[in-house]
Design a protein around this ligand. Structure first.
Ligand code: NDP
Length: 310
């Protein structure tokens, strides 16, 4: 039996993924077809990016799974035509990239590096930062990425707190969960990192009330998703000094509109959704492992709980 795998993503992704997918599929020993176009009822697996042209899954009535190339699934969980299992990307270079981005920006704000990098008046103003051990950092979202970032920050000595939906015990991280745990996780913290998924339950988690909990002058990073933040509350917190800086990688509208106040705010750094990117080589291994599992009758990895939205 031939396994038919449809690649449904933007054409440049096909250029990147074609060879590593063939290499990984070749190692499985499966008899397979991989391509951009097959009769829908012959397709067994759909390797998928939510910004592809494929939005109606109805004709793919024999497919066994949709294998998402991205970690975030908010653009597909709401698709009512998708009735088969949906797996998301875990690994694929995403974790390493996110740990680098989060660690770099936490250290940037912790060490006050901007004052030395941009110093047009050539002022000699020594202001030693506190040690990491004196600066608590809270990560909202303690999943694959939040956990890895928390462990990296704990390695540097930051007292790390993490917040999740379900209770967790993690060595070296003080954990909080559920709506009741949110304010306690933020109370007095000096750095906030958002690594929550975009679901109805996480929208506007950063608002006037939650921002009132953080220490005066705390910094905030958002590599999670734009709707996690109530933008006006964030701007008010920056203007009042409650927050010293926000480094934002994700936005309610992307690309961020040219007239959005974030672009010109002196206490906001905008990065264009580059905190972490799925890499074709390792991601192909993740995708193909799920195809192998599907063909062997084993459970898929990284399945999305569509009722929870992530
Ligand atoms: P996971 O699903 O592994 O982790 C999500 C975490 O959020 C879990 O700890 C989960 O809790 C928690 N969570 C979800 N809903 C709630 C809630 N209502 N209240 C409290 N906690 C909640 O996701 P990943 O770590 O893999 O990815 C996180 C997000 O990062 C992605 O959804 C995506 O939006 C973003 N991302 C951004 C990238 C970028 O380049 N900017 C790249 C990749 C991802 P629990 O553990 O209890 O389930």
């Amino acid at each position: 039996m031939t396994t038919t795998i449809l690649f449904a993503a933007k054409p440049q992704r096909w250029v990147e993924y074609q060879q590593p997918l063939h290499e990984a599929l070749g190692r499985t020993g499966l008899d397979y077809r991989l391509g951009l176009d097959f009769p829908p009822d012959e397709v067994d697996y759909i390797v998928y990016a939510p910004n592809s042209d494929l939005q109606d899954f109805t004709p793919y009535n024999n497919a066994k799974a949709v294998l998402n190339l991205w970690a975030g699934v908010e653009a597909i969980t709401k698709n009512a035509t998708l009735k088969i299992p949906l797996a998301r990307m875990v690994g694929g270079g995403l974790t390493e990239g996110m740990v680098e981005w989060v660690t770099a920006h936490v250290l940037r704000h912790h060490l006050g590096m901007d004052a030395h990098i941009v110093n047009p008046a050539h002022e000699w103003k020594p202001a030693p930062p506190p040690l990491a051990s004196e600066r608590p950092v809270t990560i909202l979202g303690l999943g694959q990425l939040g956990l890895a970032c928390g462990e990296a920050l704990a390695y540097f000595g930051f007292p790390v707190r993490g917040w999740s939906r379900n209770p967790k015990q993690v060595k070296g991280i003080e954990t909080f969960h559920g709506n009741d745990g949110l304010l306690a996780a933020l109370k007095g913290t000096q750095g906030v990192v958002l690594l929550l998924p975009d679901t109805p339950a996480t929208h506007n988690v950063i608002n006037t009330e939650t921002l009132s909990q953080v220490a005066q002058g705390a910094f905030l990073l958002n590599p999670g998703r734009g709707p996690l933040i109530q933008d006006t509350a964030l701007l008010q917190a920056l203007d009042s000094g409650r927050l010293s800086h926000a480094t934002l990688d994700t936005f309610r509208q992307e690309p961020l509109p040219a007239d959005h106040p974030f672009w010109s705010h002196p206490k906001v750094t905008v990065t264009p959704h580059i905190a972490s990117e799925t890499r074709a080589g390792p991601a192909s291994e993740v995708i193909v492992e799920n195809i192998r599992r599907g063909e062997a009758g084993e459970p898929f990895l990284h399945l999305v709980d569509r009722s929870a939205g992530y």
